[in-house]
Design a protein around this ligand. Structure first.
Ligand code: ATP
Ligand code: MG
Length: 305
């Protein structure tokens, strides 16, 4: 059976202006392949500018890949109609921007049902708001009268009201206080148990430590490493993953991994490894090409292997 979602060798190129006449291709994503299974949580982790949101936008069909394809159950998502938007929804980082301040909570949650022509809307809105643990009194309020956590619950209710198969969650807890973050993460865990798959985007690996089944580590628009969460966290293979983990304050000092890396501004090279300028294991070939290592679903794009 084909995967729920298959991202096949996807690149996204943006033309960027260099001076008056010159334009250059900028690779926001380069040759990325990933899959997502039913009710699976795929954590996509990487620092700012690594291409995470671009990947999310492509999956949401907000942008088209320059190269490669995205398939749902074996069918190119750009050939699917409105049904795709019913099956794939989104939760963004900041609900302040993603919720229309003029609409009441009830209208916000109901809107996707109207777009998709559902009749039993009241019942579905009620189920969605119950699921995110807000009581009915919230239905008449507007986003400005809610706390950040409550607003994110409304955004989640809107995202689940059409009973999607996939939610793209782009830094959904980054704008929230730590205590609220964990409540929202628990809610996502429940939704996962209900059978929803997630592409869970974050710059902070700790956020997905619990919820993710697999982790995709991205840098400079490229997939660096992919594997089960435990494999990637316990035995990272790519020097960039090691770097990322060494920067995570871990609970016990014994667990901390110390690595020496230099901080360098980077632009994504069109060939070779984007991490090459910062990599302690740099070899000459890294500026030209990257070898792909694959074993039992673990993928590492690095010339060390
Ligand atoms: N429309 C665009 N035109 C030109 N460049 C773009 C465009 N959208 C994104 N980029 C560039 O692509 C790169 C990846 O951006 P993206 O937003 O996907 O990163 P990100 O990993 O989500 O970062 P962050 O953690 O800061 O949200 C960045 O260098 C960004 O400037
Ligand atoms: Mg982003």
């Amino acid at each position: 059976m084909s995967a729920l979602l298959e991202i096949e060798k996807v690149s996204k190129v943006y033309p960027v202006k260099k001076g008056f006449f010159k334009r250059e291709d900028f690779y926001a994503l380069r040759d990325v392949s990933l899959s997502l299974g039913r009710a699976e949580v795929l954590g996509v982790v990487g620092e700012s500018g690594s291409g995470k949101t671009t990947l999310g936008k492509l999956v949401l069909r907000l942008e088209k890949p320059t190269k490669g394809r995205i398939l749902m159950e074996g069918v190119d998502v750009f050939s699917l109609g409105k049904e795709y938007t019913r099956r794939v929804s989104v939760v963004f980082q900041d609900p302040r921007n993603s919720l229309n301040p003029r609409m009441k909570v009830e209208e916000i949650i109901e809107e996707p049902l109207v777009v998709h022509g559902f009749k039993d809307r009241k019942k579905r809105v009620k189920e969605a708001i119950d699921k995110v643990r807000l009581d009915d009194s919230f239905l008449g309020r507007k986003p400005d009268d809610l706390s950040g956590g409550q607003r994110q619950r409304v955004a989640i209710a809107r995202a689940i009201v059409l009973e999607p198969d996939i939610i793209v969650a782009d830094e959904p807890t980054a704008s929230l206080d730590v205590s609220v973050q964990s409540e929202i993460l628990r809610l996502f865990e429940e939704l996962k148990d209900d059978g929803i798959a997630f592409i869970f985007i974050t710059h902070d690996i700790r956020v997905v430590e619990k919820i993710a089944d697999r982790l995709a580590v991205v840098y400079g628009g490229m997939l660096m490493e992919l594997g089960s969460k435990d494999e990637v966290l316990r035995s990272p293979m790519h020097p960039y993953t090691k770097f990322l983990l060494s920067n995570v304050p871990v609970r016990h000092p014994r667990e901390r991994r110390e690595e020496n890396y230099t901080e360098v501004e980077y632009t994504v090279p069109q060939r070779g490894c984007p991490f090459a300028p910062r990599c302690p294991d740099y070899m000459e070939e890294c500026s030209k090409s990257v070898r792909r290592y694959e074993l039992n679903g673990r993928i590492v794009n690095c010339n060390l292997y």
